[in-house]
Design a protein around this ligand. Structure first.
Ligand code: CP
Length: 305
């Protein structure tokens, strides 16, 4: 695929070859990158929903490559608060910038922005739908820490219903002959639509309620936060919060080289006592966002092939 001018909206937009190419460019960026590669380019950073890692790593990536950043981290300071539509906002922003990075609380908002914009739009998360750049950094982290993507046993644990990082990652893993373990209470299990797609594609998966029941099988355990902000009923959230909390005792019932990942932020699902173990790779994972996002910006702006 020629990435120049492309939108990055869903991980579905990329085949396995595209994904591996992005990871290769990210590796090159990590080893050495040109501090003037994106000189003269402007990235619009439109965060209608809170973020720490995604926004700051995109902005840092642009700065590292010599580009400039405009934007907002709070939609309350924009004319959206006066009723301006997303479409109109994008039609303005595209005149001030070369690439748009957008996070929005509404599913499908990234696709709408891409339809409005004549410049590339990168989805930095749209509601409970997709978070494709997170998936790419997750894959990059797996490749770095496990040495491969093929044939891994991956446990996805926590809020599989609302977790957009989970949805994007499960789709991406369909091409890598992985076995997926969906660990969640019934109420937060993987949505049927994804399970049906996995079945159709012949991807092996199992559902479990307890981590202990499958931990010995796992090469990677991908923990997630229960997504408080997406629950319609706060009582339901109160009932389910804290359902999984892993600590050092998990390591006694896991493979020695288990890698524990998390898109972050965490609440209480990973105890800090795990942070210094060689199994914990979640901070490194967040750091890898910089390399992957440098790669994506350089690719869509046509500065690397
Ligand atoms: N992983 C992730 O998307 O983190 P932020 O919400 O802080 O961007």
């Amino acid at each position: 695929m020629d990435f120049k001018g492309k939108d990055i909206i869903s991980i579905r937009d990329f085949c396995k070859k595209d994904i591996l190419h992005i990871l290769e460019v990210a590796k090159n960026m990590e080893e050495k990158s040109d501090p003037n590669l994106l000189s003269g380019k402007v990235m619009a950073s439109l965060f209608f929903e809170p973020s720490t890692r995604t926004r700051l790593s995109f902005e840092s990536a642009m700065n590292h490559l010599g580009g400039r950043v405009i934007g907002f981290a709070d939609a309350g300071v924009t004319s959206a608060s006066k009723g301006e539509t997303l479409w109109d906002t994008i039609k303005m922003v595209e005149q001030y910038s070369d690439v748009i990075v957008q996070r929005h609380l509404i599913e499908g908002a990234a696709r709408l922005a891409a339809e409005a914009a004549l410049i590339p739009v990168i989805n930095a998360g749209d509601g409970a739908n997709q978070h494709p750049t997170q998936t790419l950094l997750d894959l990059y982290t797996m490749l770095k820490t496990k040495g491969k993507l093929e044939g891994l046993n991956i446990g996805l644990c926590g809020d599989l219903k609302y977790g957009r990082t989970i949805h994007s990652l499960a789709i991406a893993m369909m091409d890598f002959k992985t076995k997926l373990y969906f660990i969640a209470p019934d109420e937060l299990q993987m949505p049927k639509v994804y399970l049906e797609e996995l079945k159709e594609k012949g991807v092996e998966f199992v559902k479990a309620k307890r981590i202990e029941d499958v931990s010995k099988e796992l090469d990677v355990l991908y923990m997630t936060r229960i997504q408080k902000e997406r629950f319609a009923d706060p009582i339901e959230y109160e009932r389910l919060k804290g359902v999984y909390q892993i600590g050092l005792d998990l390591l006694d019932i896991s493979k020695k080289d288990l890698k524990i990942m998390h898109p972050l932020p965490r609440v209480d699902e990973i105890k800090p006592e795990l942070d210094k173990t060689p199994n914990a790779v979640y901070f490194e994972q967040a750091g890898n966002g910089l390399h992957v996002r440098k790669a994506l910006l350089a690719l869509v702006l046509g500065k690397v092939k």
